[in-house]
Each structure stands twice: as C-alpha cells, then as structure tokens.
Design a protein around this ligand. Structure first.
Ligand SMILES: Nc1ncnc2c1ncn2[C@@H]1O[C@H](COP(=O)(O)OP(=O)(O)OP(=O)(O)O)[C@@H](O)[C@H]1O
Ligand SMILES: [Mg+2]
Length: 315
C-alpha cells in the first residue's frame, strides 16, 4: 500500500448538456493531503467537474469517490467529507461574518461551545477575526470570498474544493487565501483547486491537471509538465538594425530549435539558454548588430499549454 491513500478518485467522468459535452471522460486521482489543481481556460469544464463531485449535478456517465464514498450511491456521505467553495459568493449580507458562521454551523448540527470554538478557529484561519462583527454586505469582494471559505470549513471537512477563489479580488486577500490553503494542507486536508492562472497553479499545487474543452490534456507535477516541452526556453531579443543573414546563422546552431522575427523582435526557442546566449551576442557583434533588449522565458505551464493545444492559455 502507498503512504498516501486516495482522497478523490474520478473515473471516466462525463457530462453533456444536450449536444454540448462539458466534461468528456475525465480520470484522475488525488492523494490524501495533496493540493491538486485543475487548470484550464474558460469553458474547460472545471466548474462542471466540481458541481458533479459536490453531488449538485449528476454525471452523464462515469463515477467518482471521495474518501471512498461514491457520488452515485453515497451522496450524503460525500457531502459530509467535503467543504465546497463555489465560484459564486453566497452569504447573508445583512448578517455579520460571525452571525453567518453561527447560522451555517447550526445547519451542520454544531451548537454551544464547540460551535463558538469552531467559528473562532475558522475566522482565524481566513484572517477575519478583527472584522467578524461587520456586516458581510459591507465586506470587500476578497473578504466575502474568505468568509465563504470559512463557512466551507466549519464541519472540518477532510477534502476542501475551491472553484477559482481568487478571481477578481485584491492582491492582499488573494495572498491570504493562498496562505490559508497552505495552512489547511499542513493540517492534513486534501485540496482540490481550480484556476485559470498558471502562476497560481504552479505556486500552490503538488500536482496539476490541465483541462481544455472538457478533456484532460496533461497531468503531473509542475516539473513533469514543463518537462513535456523538452526543456526549451523562449528568448526574445530586440536588435539595433535589420538582421539580414544573422538569423540564418542562428538557425544553424545545434541548440537553437527555431527562430522567428517580427518587427525587429526575434523569438528563439533554444535548449540551454545560458550557454547559447553568449554565442548569440558574439555573432551579432561580428555583424555590427547590437542586441538592445533581451528576455529569457524558462519553460512554464503557458509553454506546455501552447505546446499541447497550439493556443495560448491567456487570451
Ligand atoms: N447548466 C448548463 N447548461 C448548459 N451548458 C452548460 C451548463 N453549465 C456549463 N455549461 C457549459 O459547459 C462548458 C463547461 O463549463 P464550465 O462552467 O464547467 O467551465 P469552467 O472551466 O468552469 O469555465 P470558467 O473558467 O469560465 O468558470 C461550457 O461550454 C459551458 O457553457
Ligand atoms: Mg468555472
């Protein structure tokens, strides 16, 4: 047996809305205590997948288990082990943060001292303790989002599922949310996270699944995924004048994979940028061309998405 038992297993999950196949056969597993991200552009099927795993939407085919409970046969048990933070914020705006938490805590069957202690704990975790008596309706978007996260944590779920929790909020709240998620991981909670920000997926996740049009196009650690692009780096150079024969010379270099030029900006895909750069500078100097600006982009998830789909993740 592995040291990391499975928290979530998704098997050939599918969801169609009429002719539209929103999720087209997803299979993946998340280990206990892991932060696993679904990364994908708008319409990739992230929210649909989460709605199915939360037992809010029935799958068209396939199944999933959460802490061993099937979404098809044990939805009640699934709901006990998960805390879900949906993409849309849902709060009682006229109630204070604390009153919101007390209300939802009672819905989960908590009461008395245990309820008050748990409310204090989750307020602490999302760093809202000082503002707990303010009306939720007066909170900033980021604070409302953090309160939503606190509500999802009240019943001490073993799995926390968050759907793009940092979209459209201030950098400070974003930082706090990412810190809270890391704190949950330290407490042994399993996290399923969705985002379309590759930097966020990279920073936060133990493993990442890249989705596009309801399909998984790749999954693995960040290092495994960027390894798929073959360790090529992108270099962008600006030259002091038209390069004439220089680009052909560069194309001949063994570590240069491709060279393209547009309006005086040259893009190269190269292996081992640190070694090839001096050669580029020397050969340019020999032709009395100066390199006036330079940018090296190490392989990233953007490059992986581009490599696998031929389109940019950001659009
Ligand atoms: N209730 C629904 N009825 C019909 N089509 C739907 C429904 N929900 C989602 N879809 C469609 O399914 C596809 C996947 O949508 P989904 O919301 O899962 O994507 P997403 O990855 O969460 O995107 P976003 O980043 O914009 O939140 C989209 O084409 C969407 O229009
Ligand atoms: Mg969504």
């Amino acid at each position: 047996m592995s040291n990391h038992p499975t928290a979530i297993h998704v098997q050939d999950l599918r969801k169609s809305y009429g002719n539209l196949a929103a999720v087209q056969g997803l299979t993946f597993s998340v280990r206990q205590g892991e932060i696993f991200s679904l990364l994908g552009p708008n319409g990739a099927g992230k929210s649909t997948t989460i709605a199915i795993l939360s037992c809010l939407v029935p799958p068209t085919a396939g199944d999933a288990t959460l802490m061993g409970h099937s979404i098809r046969s044990r939805p009640g048990a699934v709901k006990q082990v998960i805390g879900v933070v949906p993409q849309e914020i849902a709060l009682y705006e006229d109630l204070s943060a604390r009153q919101n938490l007390l209300f939802w805590g009672r819905m989960y069957g908590l009461k008395g001292d245990p309820l008050r202690r748990r409310v204090d704990e989750v307020l602490e975790l999302v760093a809202l303790g000082e503002r707990q008596n303010d009306r939720a309706g007066q909170y900033s978007g980021g604070m409302q989002r953090r309160l939503n996260i606190a509500i999802a944590l009240l019943h001490e779920p073993q799995i926390v599922i968050l759907d793009e929790p940092t979209v459209g909020i201030d950098p400070q709240s974003r930082r706090r949310i990412l810190d809270s998620i890391q704190e949950l991981k330290r407490c042994g909670v399993t996290i399923l996270y969705t985002t379309h920000y590759m930097e966020e997926a990279q920073e936060l996740s133990d493993r990442i699944a890249i989705l596009d049009h309801g399909r998984m196009i790749a999954q693995g650690t960040h290092a495994e995924l960027v390894g798929m692009v073959g360790e090529l780096s992108r270099i962008r150079l600006t030259l002091s004048r038209k390069p004439s024969g220089l680009l052909d010379l560069w194309r001949m270099l063994a570590s240069v994979h491709s060279v393209s030029e547009e309006n005086g900006t040259v893009s190269l895909l190269v292996r081992d940028s640190a070694r090839v750069l001096p050669t580029l500078f020397e050969s340019a100097a020999r032709e009395t061309i100066q390199i006036t600006a330079m940018e090296v982009q190490e392989p990233d998830l953007e490059a992986v998405f581009l490599h696998l789909t031929g389109k940019a993740l950001r659009d």
